[in-house]
Design a protein around this ligand. Sequence first.
Ligand SMILES: [Zn+2]
Length: 165
Amino acid sequence: MSQAAVKAFGKARAGIAAGRCSCGAVRVEIGVPAFWAWHDHSRASRRAHGAAYATYVGCWRSRVRVAKGEKQLTRFTDAATGDTRAFCARCGTPVLYARARSPKMVNLPRALFDTRTGREPLYHVAVEDAPEWAYRCETLRPLKGYPGVVWTGPKRRRRAAGHMF
Ligand SMILES: [Zn+2]
């Protein structure tokens, strides 16, 4: 454990996990353990995060607190679903995701937290919406001449095409 990590660990409050956006303007706290944690493969979350999928910790609304930067949060409600997402207006980090059908719950990106949230993300939602380009735990090997880059080799593309047709 690094010196900084030890210091951060020492400051952690019992029963609370603290998270923050990229720029630090927004800080959130949740009660731990969170209710559950899950990987969201839906198209809506994929777009909102600009990523293959999003991993959330789902919490009771009463156990979520915006500790800093509430005014920095900008909200967007999807007219079709009624789902609301809040993100940091300064750096764009997604912070809160409230689904209309679960009004008592709030979901927060797992990645906001450096510490444990008390739940492993064991569940996958909308996995049928996962794009064909998402990484699916294929074996990776070093790419010659590019230190730090690994790849699946050309095999994956053939397999994906075969799967599609
Ligand atoms: Zn920010």
